[in-house]
Design a protein around this ligand. Sequence first.
Ligand code: BEZ
Ligand code: FE
Length: 297
Amino acid sequence: METHEKGFFTEENSVEVVTGRNKNAKDKRLKAVMEVITRKLHEAVKEIEPTQDEWFEAIVFLTKTGQLSTEWRQEFILLSDILGVSMLVDAINNRKPSGASESTVLGPFHVADAPKLPMGANICLDHKGEDMFVHGRILDTEGRPIANAVLDVWQANEEGFYDVQQKGIQPDFNLRGVFRTGADGKYWIRAVKPKSYSIPDDGTVGKLLNALGRHPCRPAHLHYILKADGFETLTTHIFDPDDFYINSDAVFGVKESLLAAFKRIDDPARAKTYEFDNPFWDVEHDFVLARRPAPQV
Ligand code: BEZ
Ligand code: FE
């Protein structure tokens, strides 16, 4: 027996025996990660003391979660979302300097090749929903406008579905577009008021939520990815603070700083200039990007 082979496995020495076997791991990061995971997992099993049937149920759950995952549907990401792990990884990797806008989850419905549109374009291609004017500025942490910033926006329709979930029902690229700011850093977009919606809940994650007495809904939001040369990319949302689910987002994505004011405007003349029905909604929200640190030499 080599020194790192700690002998036979017992309930008491389970962690040392298992982690000891990894002594010669080639990848040091993997070794360190597996040490933590083994320790925490064994601790959980020792505290829970699952029956053989319960453990098998867990295995079946994970198996089905994998089997449900395809190019179009990632049930494991949903699992990570509803466990709060996606938001935790996001928080750890996006610690922002003071004054910069906060990030939140990307979600599964971003598409990489959305159309590039002129500022002011209407992203709602089927004219369904309550008209909404969304505008603001993209700034640096000193309050200066960022020219040539790219704003990639996408949202669900008034029934709570993204275009990619309703192929053949919604027009392709409905409610999404990519805009670029001018020298003043301003953006303005015509859209529709988003509604709350359910994350896909017909799989293992939906069953788990139901068993836990939790709903699968997300409060109404718009998604953004903001990019500009010399700045950290920001993946974020703005939320409707009056939404019924604002305090119980199924994936924990809401942050106080991401609440925007959705104002109902009754102004027929202004509505006409946007080719909107009156009344309509107005949301003003500025985004602040953090400067990318200079590369270490
Ligand atoms: C979304 O907001 O698009 C989303 C985020 C996490 C899970 C499902 C959907
Ligand atoms: Fe969403």
